[in-house]
Design a binder for this molecule. Structure first.
Ligand code: ADP
Ligand code: ZN
Length: 512
């Protein structure tokens, strides 16, 4: 029989006790039942299969989607004396690993999902006893998940060939829909779902529209000591921002997939060792890095999903000390994301749309950010947290239904091909050559927005783009979409957060 979990926890891992749901997951796995553990990043997922792998006879097969991640895990496991190996296309010790497996000398064997479909590999698995299947990043099995990988669909037939070997699926990021799908796809019963608390109370969330992103990120750096990560959406954006921020005297390094691997390795190592370094990176940075004292994470553009946002901001403050997360978003981020939806396979578009709507809800809310996040992960949080921008200084909310109707009407009447600059001129009755040339001064919408309302035109346009009622075409012209007709007919109420005064005059969504 297997060894006592607490003594393995102490002897092998050197920890004094379990954290959160770890004990519950480990107990269920040791009793041989199929389980899906949803635990946020940093909650200690690896231990929930590594400990059973050590405690139970036989080898635990770990399915993992990324070779780099596997090698990180391998190093960590070997460091505490666990007998582990990876079997991937880049390993040149494959024969030795196979021999060790056959002799029953491995507690852990890491493989990529595509191996599961290979006849040869399945035969190898039969050659020695298995203790457990651990399926890491299990959301990859679901088309509802934010990172579907067809290879994960190959797992089920392999798992079913070993009905006596328990399955432990692990993920940090799964909304209710995705969770149900993972259970179904991997043959795990409903009562096998164990969800850890997602709240990260020491992280303070700030979300604001982008005006001049360099200036905004500089302001964060100026008031925020300690190591931090700034996420930029593209490689070019990373380079640009790193250069500008570096000129301010703080040590700043770039990190993205286009850099030489040696430079990447060096920059990452410098960051991990530093107490003040700022890394400007694409989202790949941070995976597999265990740096507990990251004090801030900045998103200079919209993340891919709420899951992505939670995961990336979750790299801050793992030591439990106060940390902040800033997100600067623009209407153009939503425009790009919505146009990309058109490019994915038809049956996945609804999922993508739902994901984007959830993000729009997070950035547009006048309420508590944490409450939106936690509700997304299926929790029932209090209405206010006291540690996000909106809780700390509740924003002014305006009923913008009338401005939204006038704006949509102007877009429609000018032929759905002009950008917000032109529409604003028409609505405010500007004396402008282009407006008169096109005879837009003859339209009923010319000059119908004045006074205080004029300041709401751009924020409303941003809000309508975020919720998909307005979309920008590739030439920057605005078009009606989504529920625009209901808004025009006065059937939907539009509320917006009134931005602080200084932002009103700046160009919407302009970047660095
Ligand atoms: P995840 O995969 O969920 O992001 P990891 O498995 O990488 O998290 O664990 C995060 C960190 O927490 C690691 O440094 C790990 O050593 C540590 N850890 C895990 N379990 C415990 C525990 N019971 N007590 C103390 N530290 C733990
Ligand atoms: Zn709050």
């Amino acid at each position: 029989m297997s060894a006592d979990p607490i003594s393995v926890l102490r002897a092998t891992f050197g920890f004094s006790g379990f954290r959160g749901v770890q004990e519950q997951v480990v107990e269920r796995v040791l009793s041989g039942r199929n389980t899906l553990a949803v635990m946020p990043t940093g909650a200690g997922k690896s231990l929930t299969y590594q400990l059973p792998a050590v405690a139970m006879p036989g080898t635990c097969l770990v399915i993992s989607p990324l070779i780099a991640l596997m090698h990180d895990q391998l190093r960590a496991a070997e460091a505490v004396g666990i007998r582990a190996a990876t079997l991937t296309s880049v390993d040149d010790n494959r024969e030795e690993t196979v021999a060790r497996y056959r002799r029953g000398e491995l507690d852990l064997l890491y493989v990529a999902p595509e191996r599961a479909s290979s006849e040869g590999f399945r035969n190898l698995l039969r050659a020695a006893p298995l203790s457990l299947f651990a399926i890491d990043e299990a959301h990859c099995v679901s088309e509802w998940g934010h990172d579907f990988r067809p290879d994960y669909r190959l797992l089920r037939p392999m798992l079913d060939m070993f009905p006596d070997v328990p399955r432990l699926a692990l993920t940090a990021t799964a909304d209710a829909h995705t969770r149900a799908d993972i259970l179904e796809q991997l043959g795990i019963p409903q009562d096998g779902l164990i969800v850890a608390g997602f709240d990260r109370p020491n992280i303070r969330y700030h979300i604001a529209p982008r005006d001049s992103v360099t200036r905004q990120v500089e302001a964060v750096l100026a008031e925020q000591p300690g190591p931090g990560i700034v996420y930029a959406p593209t490689r070019a954006g990373v380079e640009r921002l790193a250069e500008k921020l570096g000129a301010k005297g703080r040590p700043v390094l770039p990190y993205h997939a286009g850099l030489d691997p040696e430079v990447r390795r060096r920059n990452q190592a410098a960051f991990v060792a530093s107490e003040e370094m700022v890394v400007v990176a694409t989202v790949a940075f941070g995976m597999g890095i265990d740096k507990p004292d990251v004090r801030f994470v900045v998103h200079a553009g919209l993340p891919k999903s709420i899951e992505g946002y939670y995961q990336e901001t979750g790299r801050a403050g793992r030591d439990g000390d106060p940390a902040v997360a800033h997100l600067f978003w623009g209407a153009d981020d939503f425009a790009r994301a919505r146009s990309r939806i058109g490019e994915v396979e038809a049956h996945r578009q609804q999922g993508e749309r739902t994901r984007l709507d959830a993000l729009a809800g997070l950035v547009e809310t006048a309420g508590c950010r944490r409450a939106v996040l936690l509700r997304h992960f299926g929790e029932d949080p209090p209405e206010t947290c006291g540690n996000c921008d909106n809780c700390l200084s509740p924003p002014k909310v305006a009923d913008a239904t009338q401005v939204a109707r006038k704006l949509l009407s102007a877009v429609y009447r000018t032929g759905q091909s002009y950008g917000i600059g032109h529409i604003e001129k028409v609505l405010t009755g500007a004396n402008d050559d282009r407006v008169t040339e096109r005879r837009h001064d003859q339209l009923s919408v010319y000059g119908i927005v004045g006074g205080e309302e004029a300041a709401l035109i751009r924020p409303v346009s941003r809000a309508l783009q975020a919720r998909g009622s307005l979309i920008a075409t590739e030439h920057g012209g605005l078009k009606l979409a989504g529920d625009a007709r209901e808004i025009l007919k006065g059937e939907a109420r539009i509320e917006i957060v009134v931005p602080p005064k200084r932002e009103r005059r700046r160009r919407d969504g302009a970047s660095a």
